[in-house]
Design a binder for this molecule. Sequence first.
Ligand code: GTP
Ligand code: MG
Length: 572
Amino acid sequence: MVLRVERSRVQRKAVGAGDETSLLIFAFLPDFLLSFPAFVNITEEILKRRTFAIISHPDAGKTTLTEKLLLYGGAVQLAGSVTARKNQRATTSDWMELEKKRGISISSTVLQFDYNGYRLNLLDTPGHKDFSEDTYRVLTAVDSVVMVIDAAKGIEPQTRKLFEVCRQRGVPIFTFMNKCDRPMKDPLALLDELERVLGIGAFPVNWPIGDGFDFRGVFDRQSSQMHLFERTVGGKYRAPVSVGGVDDPAVRGQLDDTTFNKTVEELQMLEHAGEVFDDAAVLAGKSTPVFFGSASNNFGVQLLLDGFLKHAPAPKSRVMGGIEISPTNPEFSGFIFKIQANMDPKHRDRIAFVRVCSGKFERDMTVHHSRSEKKVRLSSSHKLFGNERETVDEAYPGDVIGLVGHDSFGIGDTLTTDSKILYKEIPRFTPEAFSYLHNPNTAKFKQFRQGLEQLMQEGVIQALYLRNSSIKTPLLAAVGPLQFEVVQFRLESEYGAASRLEAAPWTVVRWLPVDMKEDDLDALSLPTGARLAYDVGKNPVILFQNEWSANYFGETNKLVPLSALPVQTAKE
Ligand SMILES: Nc1nc2c(ncn2[C@@H]2O[C@H](COP(=O)(O)OP(=O)(O)OP(=O)(O)O)[C@@H](O)[C@H]2O)c(=O)[nH]1
Ligand SMILES: [Mg+2]
């Protein structure tokens, strides 16, 4: 009897579609498991978690939407703006000095908050392709994504690339058609673009009423209610809204005939198409629920938040080496997907971001660290909200926590109480931009070196060392050149060290077999302009001027295999 009560208590707590899937599994669990209060507790906690990233092409409005989700989620009282003017606060998410200055996101940000019985772990990501390595890593740590599309532009190239990664990973995607307050593409054409360009089914959960200056609100197709909004100054506060059915005179009176008739006609067309919301297709990443709105005006944000929570999945099992690790597995496990130095100018330390995958995290627990194969005690653990942090004593699957004070932690490392668990989630990217970084001020040598070392630990730039060279200037390699500007800015602002960039003549790097002997390296005949170098792990590489040169070398040296990344080294 007691057991049955426990089961129904947990079932009642679950509300979303993702929960239903988890609950199906839960419903078939042997009853004896439910007699353990710890098990029921962890299951309840897992079902409450929603861990998701916001992704898109640059400038579609990810950070603006993030800020508004925080406003509607009750996590901030007053929404900031990306392009903050004097008397406006900047956003919680773009906290880095350079982000505030430029109005673009450079680094992903974690924001954890509670809303309506859920615990949300939200990750705002940068859209620019030069920062995409960070974004791709974040995608390994989430269970679903909100894809933001600028409704005037439709699907842009970077959105398409990120979408592909989500599809490969089977991550459920929710779509927010943003900026409907500006002249936008026809909403039906936007849906068609989702289906045609991305090859994903699109189900409009709501529908825009008017567009551009006449964008008045959205029609919620699930409740058949019109939501008409009023703008607030700077979108700092929630937008007042009047809600009513299509025939409600109070709502009808607020719309001109053209807008009203056009909306009704479009809605009839959608109804006629007869599509129904298919939760299973959404969870399988085959169909995307589409919401329309305007993040900067707070239109449609609440509907997105509630609709997302209703249908998004709770944390699921992860498969590693053919073995499935369920979040309810009693052994704690998680992996590091990001490292960030100097988030808090008062502390000047580095935080390792861990996605908890199974079991319960408890502060001060001792875990196995995959890279060092040593036991480590995790005593400085934090929950994160932009650059604010707060000590956290326990965490559950789905949570992202920040660990401070472990210099040996690197991106991709697994932390677990069961040393057999090893996650291999983190994708790696081949650098395509190369530049020397000079230190013009010898008196600041220490700051320059220390700063560069710490920034390199974040894993977005790496240093290469030319073979047989007397040049001591670091040669930096990154996915995109904007990363070098970020390094320069941060060296100056976080370490007080000036620097000067000098373009390097290479655009392609290829790794040689790690065990290649020095004599064999000497014997290589390189194309004009190519150079031998080593990465930080002393693995030999060749720098080529262009792709053509790299291909030529490959064809004329068939016995020397080249790879775009270092081939498995001992600990990887
Ligand atoms: N008109 C209009 N502008 C918007 C809306 N949402 C965002 N913007 C503006 O679009 C610009 C880019 O917004 P962000 O939120 O920084 O975009 P982002 O996607 O985070 O950009 P990155 O992180 O740099 O890729 C800013 O100037 C915003 O004020 C909207 O609903 N309507
Ligand atoms: Mg942003």
